[in-house]
Structures are given as C-alpha cells and as structure tokens.
Write a protein that binds this ligand. Structure first.
Ligand code: FE2
Length: 279
C-alpha cells in the first residue's frame, strides 16, 4: 500500500502547485492514500473552507493542521462539517473538530490518521504522547486500522524523534511537520515505523519559511514589526514523503523523499519510480 504525505502548504504558490501536480502525482505513484498539511494554505495563516475543498478535490484524502488551525475564524465553524480536516488531538477538551479519523484508502484499507502537536517551544497543550497512545490503543494496527499515519506538528526535532520511538512498531509512519524545512533523516525505525523529522513545506523556498524575506529580516534586525507577513509567490517546491506499507502487518517497508518543482534539489521515492519507469 502506498501513502503520500505532503508538508505544509503555504499560500497561493503552494496551493497552485498542489492543484496542478497532485492529480498526476497520485497516478504516477499509484498512491492509495494522500495526506496534506494545510494549516498555512490561506495566505500563510490557517485554512478556509474553499481552500480545504480545493485540496480535497486535487486528490488529498485528509488535510491536517497544527498551531495555525484557528487563524481563519470560520474554521471554528466549518471544521464540524468536514471529517477530512483534522486539528491537533491534544487541544484542550471541547475544542471544535477532531484530532483523528479512520478513512478508506483507494485500495480499500482503513487508514487511521492522527494529528498531534508538540509542546517544546510551542503552546502548552495536553501531552501529545499520551493522546497518541490512547488513540492507538483504541484502534491499533490490524485491530481496527490497516495503517496508522501520525502527523506530528512540532518545533523540536528531539520531541519528534522521541514520539517516533514511542510508537515504533505500533504505527505505520510518524511524519513531522511545522518547521517548513525538509529534513534528510527519513528512515524505517527498528520496529517498522517510517519516520521523518520534517516533511518540509509546499511553497516558495526563495523565502523565510514561505514568507517574503523583507519583513522577517527587518524584524530580526530591528525588533520592530513593520508590516504583515506575506507569502512569497515564486514557484513552489512540493515536498513530502512516499511510504510503502506492508499490507500484512501495517508497518512500513520503505520511506523516500518527494521534492518536485521550484528551487530545491529534486527527489522521488526510488522504490516507486524505478518500477514505473524502466531505465
Ligand atoms: Fe505550524
């Protein structure tokens, strides 16, 4: 079974790239299931209902979020109508929406997607480790879910690595998001969980984390806000990972980076593309 996860979509540049590329990508990789983090899709801050619909129409099965989930006030309302939009599971009790869901993949498999948020250098939410643990205990691999994918939206790589080891063998994949910079540590852990510290962003990399450079640079230099952060509008690099899941066990066989378009060095999961393109 093949799962594609794409990192934080930033602004119009990221959205345009997803809408243009994802339908073909789904086909090229014969992907069974696609998850996208969309928490910066609306001008860099949050997600609107229209943008959510665009991402789903382009081929996302589930859209995850993080600390920016409520930046667009309408999200507090429309999230209740969309079970394919997740917010971090460890928000305080009573938060609108849901932090996990069981979804049908194209191959008929039931995929449990869990969205959690870290606490190091971030808001002090409930413990993400215990929240994820409770979810996996309730619907474990081959005890309710054929695959379990965790988007861990966190700042600190240490916290992300720790969560990876915490669920190793009990989840198919732990994918870090939030930093907007892809890491090169994708690997299958000893117990079979695919792991990467950060999937990166789908956005313009001629930027500071997807935003025009001028305002962030000026704030570092002067400590005075001069204006709003505006998303950079150059061509996006789509970044993320492809994960091959062992259908018998639900854990991962392989994980490989995806970096397409824009400025970053280009990469595709070799275990998929080699099979599709004879050399
Ligand atoms: Fe974030």
């Amino acid at each position: 079974m093949r799962i594609v996860f794409l990192g934080d979509v930033v602004g119009r540049s990221g959205r345009a790239a997803i809408i243009e590329t994802l339908p073909g990508l789904r086909e090229r990789y014969r992907a069974d299931f696609v998850v996208i983090n969309g928490e910066n899709a609306a001008g860099g801050f949050g997600i609107s209902e229209q943008i959510l619909t665009e991402l789903l129409d382009a081929g996302a099965d589930v859209v995850t979020t993080g600390n920016h989930v409520w930046d667009q006030r309408e999200t507090l309302i429309f999230i209740e109508r969309h079970d394919r939009l997740l917010r971090p599971i460890n928000f305080p009790k009573g938060a609108p929406g849901r932090g996990a869901g069981l979804f049908k993949a194209a191959n008929g498999a039931d995929v449990l997607v869990i969205n959690a948020m870290g606490r190091v250098f971030m808001n002090d939410l409930d413990c993400p480790f215990r929240a994820v643990d409770a979810e996996i205990e309730a619907c474990g691999l081959k005890r309710g879910a054929d695959a379990i994918l965790i988007d861990f939206h966190a700042e600190a790589t240490s916290e992300k690595q720790a969560l990876g080891y915490f669920v190793d063998g009990r989840a198919s994949a732990v994918i870090g998001t939030h930093t907007h910079v892809p890491t090169a540590d994708e690997q299958v852990l000893n117990g079979g969980t695919a792991y990467i510290s950060d999937a990166g962003m789908c956005g313009d990399y001629d930027s500071v984390l997807g935003m025009n450079k001028e305002e962030p640079l000026s704030r570092f230099l002067t400590k005075i806000p001069n204006g709003r952060f505006q998303p950079a509008l150059g061509e996006a690099t789509i970044t993320g990972v492809g994960i091959e899941i062992d259908e018998a066990t639900g854990v991962a066989k392989a994980i490989g980076p995806i970096r397409l378009g824009g400025r970053l060095s280009q990469a595709e999961p070799a275990f998929w593309v080699r099979a599709a393109t004879p050399v």
